[in-house]
Design a protein around this ligand. Structure first.
Ligand SMILES: [Zn+2]
Ligand SMILES: [Zn+2]
Length: 242
């Protein structure tokens, strides 16, 4: 460790993102908090990324699909992955980043996204696209949490991020305030691709902080398909449905 790094660690010691306990290295979470987060790991559906239950003694194929994905004829996404389950233990990680200005956490959280996206990186996608927020909300909040994640992820993967092509053209009601059907209607035509020439024929990875019903990601994917995207992947920090 360089002298400068030592000094930096004394002045600003690394802390656990969740409980604030001082850590010996900048690795994000203390062991106790780490163990409480429900990280999603294999075996899981190769397409939707839902972990399989009752896996004892079961042999899975390399690219095994779940029952739901096997039945579907058309898939909006080639693959979806999430780092952990959104629950009482993990929600502060999301809320701190989204509403409490803790953008400094984005780098560590992007490392979790990176680990969760291994199968996606193997496909050599062309670009990352963060789910956009409406410009009025951007003015109020000053940053887009998904763009913060994409920025760090881009450094780690060397895959460029496109911040401009996909835009949110309607300022919708926050999804958390609505239920299933209202959520889907709320988002209809909320996204548009402003620069389709950047998207046509490309393999795109959509980046978001949390996926609840998946409606936001689905609407983004529809807009990207319309603009001629070749393949779409989705990567989120957390998901509520498993
Ligand atoms: Zn902790
Ligand atoms: Zn599936």
């Amino acid at each position: 460790m360089s002298l400068l790094q030592k000094l930096f660690n004394i002045l600003l010691p690394p802390r656990c993102l969740k409980c604030g306990k001082i850590l010996s290295a900048r690795n994000g979470l203390c062991a106790e908090c780490f163990n409480k987060i429900h990280f999603i790991s294999a075996p899981m559906c190769y397409c939707c990324g839902r972990p399989f239950k009752d896996t004892v003694g079961v042999k899975f194929a390399a690219k095994q699909l779940c029952g739901k994905c096997l039945q579907k004829k058309k898939h909006l996404f080639i693959m979806q992955r999430s780092a952990f389950v959104y629950d009482d233990e993990s929600k502060d990680l999301i809320l701190d980043l989204k509403f409490r200005d803790k953008t400094a956490n984005a780098e560590t959280l992007a490392n979790m996204l990176y680990a969760a996206g291994t199968d996606i990186w193997a496909q050599k996608p062309d670009m990352l696209i963060p789910v956009p927020i409406h410009r009025l909300r951007l003015i109020k909040r000053r940053y887009n949490q998904s763009a913060e994640l994409a920025k760090y992820l881009s450094r780690k993967t060397q895959i460029p991020t496109d911040f401009d092509s996909l835009t949110r053209c309607r300022n919708t009601i926050p999804q958390v305030e609505l239920s299933g059907r209202a959520r889907r209607n709320n988002l209809k035509q909320a996204f548009t691709v402003k620069l389709p020439q950047n998207i046509k024929g490309k393999q795109v990875v959509l980046i978001d902080d949390v996926s609840t019903t998946g409606s936001t990601l689905n609407e983004c994917a529809k807009a990207l398909h319309k603009a001629g995207a070749a393949e779409i992947y989705a990567l989120t920090l957390a998901r509520t449905e498993i």
